[in-house]
Design a protein around this ligand. Structure first.
Ligand code: GLU
Length: 300
């Protein structure tokens, strides 16, 4: 496979819902390394659509920490919260193709429906696939719920959507290395997933494909925990006629117990490690995806 001929562009796209940890630093540095190697631009994108969880002080801290690390980002920072209209437009395009439908189910409606079925399929994140309750709702029923002021989420009809793109989609993935392999996308494993959340009117999946295209991103460098999401992203890119970037799903940093570093599992923040004496040089020279290194750096 040959690489796209367009000018290389990379992005690091954290969500300001917590402080950065060493896993983020590693991903940002991987972006920097590959952008340098190809003479590409490197953008910082703040993924702040989730207004309940994102906070300005986290955004400030992200920018400060990346400066401290000395990563030369393009001065133009993109904030997703400024582009909600673009995401809405993409959703309208999908709706016009007849592959979106409103869903009024709560989480517990879904849990209840699948409770008695231990073999019910789950998506790559472990959530039960949507059992299709609202997929076949009549137009009248939908109108009635909307008129009553019920705000729905919008789901993709995955069977129709995949049928629409026909021959399937794939992507070139470099993993953590320099050998690309062609991966066939399998978006059906996500089932009828939500593309517009009830509370924010959009979703990570829509925002990320719209932004990657608007910013001309050619190379997506991110953790392998998002590998499966790429199947859905490639489907959406194909449905929306957006270019397909190449992907570098790098290995994740893990702690001594083999757990991936994550905000939810309270990985030590770069902020507190800095206070304990961690320097950018230590991060730059010693950060490799090996548990011993992480343990060492977290105990400076
Ligand atoms: N905002 C996502 C995160 O912080 C990253 C998304 C991406 O790189 O596509 O995990």
């Amino acid at each position: 496979m040959t690489r796209a001929l367009s000018h290389p562009a990379f992005r690091f796209a954290p969500s300001p819902n917590g402080y950065l940890h060493l896993g983020h630093a590693f991903s940002a540095l991987e972006n920097e390394r590959l952008a340098r190697a190809s003479g590409g631009r490197l953008f910082l994108r703040i993924e702040d659509i989730d207004k309940d969880r994102c906070r300005p002080e986290y955004e400030r801290a992200i920018i400060e920490e990346l400066r401290w690390l000395g990563i030369p980002f393009d001065p133009e920072i993109r904030r997703q919260s400024h582009h909600l209209a673009d995401y809405a437009q993409a959703l309208v395009r999908l709706e016009r193709k007849g592959i979106l439908y409103p869903c009024f189910c709560s989480r517990s409606d879904i849990v209840q429906r699948v409770r008695e079925k231990p073999d019910w399929p789950r998506d790559p994140d472990g959530s039960p696939l949507y059992p299709g309750i609202c997929r076949h709702m009549s137009r009248e029923q939908r109108q009635k719920r909307l008129a009553a002021g019920d705000t729905p989420a919008y789901r993709i009809d995955i069977e129709r959507a995949t049928a629409l793109v026909g021959g399937g989609v794939s992507w070139l993935d470099y993993g953590s290395g320099s050998e690309g392999r062609l991966v066939t996308a399998d978006p059906r494993k996500w089932g009828d997933t939500i593309l517009a959340r009830r509370d924010i009117g959009t979703s990570y999946h829509i925002a990320v494909v719209v932004d990657d295209a608007s910013q001309g991103i050619t190379d997506i460098v991110r953790g392998e925990d998002l590998f499966h999401a790429t199947s859905l992203h490639r489907l959406l890119q194909s449905l929306l006629d957006l270019p397909g970037p190449v992907y570098h799903h790098h290995a994740l940093l893990r702690d001594g117990a083999g757990q991936k570093l994550s905000k939810s599992l309270r990985a030590k923040s770069l902020r507190s490690l800095r206070e304990e004496g961690l320097t950018p040089e230590m991060v730059r020279t010693r950060l490799v995806p090996a548990p011993s290194m992480v343990t060492e750096l977290q105990n400076v």
